[in-house]
Design a protein around this ligand. Structure first.
Ligand SMILES: [Zn+2]
Ligand SMILES: [Zn+2]
Length: 421
């Protein structure tokens, strides 16, 4: 029989509820039914919500999986001052642009008024053009449309504010993790009081330790690590969110139980829980310093900066992948040839992000397509196309078109020949 760690109610089929160890809003995965009764789960939910609001600028730039809903959009500003809505790692213009007056130019020696309209979708563009025609029924319009790709500059990380509720939400993650793995409520009563708002004594501090995390270059992961140290008489939990913001939660400073350690990790993109190496050993005095010190702004910026660079790199790659997918969506070789021709263009865009090359992010998109390509083996239907982008020192695009039947790989030279013949 399990009991709710908040109000001690026995957990039954009637009042059981799934409590995410790491909040669902932060893309958490594990959600045991053995931690909180449904009443307490609901009553503490505002802490999780507050934490995800405080971290919205990270969440809006990621497309990690959640059980329900996606992170709300945030407004980001590019270097030219244009406002964008960021959501699930994608940037969209916040408002359409409709000029008050046209610019005047001479086209083929003829005085021409040019209205530069920027819309957020093709439908919106059409509607705006129709609006313009209605407004000036006497004018002749020539409409030219083109799709613009958006790459945002670095995100603004200067203004991070963590509320008291967010610190309680961090302590709740630590309490959940301990209760899930060990379940000895008697060892963490003080921390539970803190989560419940009954104790004002600070038990959470920000702690940045790049070495301990040991994350791969492109990894965005949550890490939880509990340590019980009976010599130091402390039980504490390290909580790292998105590899960007790290906390120490002091669960007990008069710990008399056994030495203990437990590690949990979650890659928010792959959903793998496979980090096995982690080392951290803090003394009672060190932990007290971490908790009582002023907010280490520089450390905070360093951690956020690194995660932002990873997110930004991935967003650029995703945008490139979208372009590639679009180019080959029509299932014919003409578009693939266009893509090959366009590659230099795409590459120069990637190259304009110098720090992309300092990360090691193998990135692969596999697309099935059906170009009308006749293979020697007789198959002229399905061929697979593998597009990989590889970022490690240099960026290169590899397009492989291979026969589904015999495995023959067509060279891009062969593909081009097919198109021209
Ligand atoms: Zn309860
Ligand atoms: Zn074949």
């Amino acid at each position: 029989m399990y009991h709710c760690w908040r109000n001690n109610e026995p957990i039954t089929k009637k009042n059981e509820s799934k409590e995410h160890i790491i909040p669902n809003a932060l893309c958490g995965k594990r959600k045991p039914k053995t931690l909180l009764c449904d009443t307490c789960n609901n009553e503490l939910h505002f802490l999780d919500r507050r934490l995800s609001e405080d971290l919205d600028f990270i969440l809006a730039n990621l497309s990690c999986k959640r059980d329900s809903g996606s992170a709300p959009p945030i407004i980001a500003v590019s270097s030219d001052g244009t406002e964008y809505k960021m959501k699930n790692g994608k940037a969209k213009l916040k408002d359409p642009v409709f000029p008050d007056s046209p610019t005047v130019a001479y086209v083929d020696g003829k005085k021409t008024e040019i209205y530069n309209i920027v819309a957020r979708s093709l439908d919106e563009a059409h509607a705006m053009v129709e609006g313009l025609k209605k407004k000036y029924p006497d004018k002749d319009f020539v409409v030219e449309m083109k799709k613009i790709e958006v790459y945002l500059d670095s995100l603004n990380t200067n203004s991070i504010i963590l509320s008291d509720e967010s610190f309680r939400a961090i302590a709740k993650i630590a309490v959940n993790f301990y209760m899930w793995k060990v379940g000895k409520k008697g060892n963490i009563e003080g921390a539970i009081d803190y989560v419940n708002g009954l104790s004002k004594e600070e038990i959470v501090g920000i702690y940045y330790n790049e070495e301990a995390k040991n994350l791969k270059d492109c990894e965005i992961a949550h890490i939880l690590y509990i340590k019980g140290d009976k010599e130091e008489k402390i039980l504490y939990c390290y909580v790292s969110l998105f590899g960007a913001i790290d906390f120490i939660v002091l669960l007990n400073d008069d710990y008399n139980d056994e030495n203990y350690e437990e590690l949990y990790s979650l890659n928010v993109e792959t959903r793998h829980e496979d980090i096995t190496r982690f080392e951290l050993s803090l003394t009672n005095t060190q932990i007290k310093e971490i908790i009582n010190d002023e907010l280490p702004i520089e450390d905070l910026k360093r951690g956020l900066g690194k995660t932002n660079r990873i997110i930004e790199a991935k967003n650029v790659l995703n945008a490139v992948a979208d372009i590639i997918t679009e180019h080959i969506a029509n299932n014919n070789l003409d578009t693939i040839a266009k893509l090959i021709n366009e590659w230099d263009n795409i590459k120069s865009k990637i190259d304009s992000y110098p720090h992309l090359a300092t990360l090691h992010c193998p990135y692969q998109v596999e697309v099935r397509t059906q170009p009308k390509l006749k293979c020697d083996c007789g198959l002229d239907q399905t061929v697979y196309m593998l597009v990989s982008l590889n970022i490690s020192g240099t960026v290169f695009l590899q397009i492989q078109i291979y026969c589904n039947m015999c495995g023959k790989i067509f060279s891009s030279h062969e593909v081009k020949e097919h198109i021209t013949s």
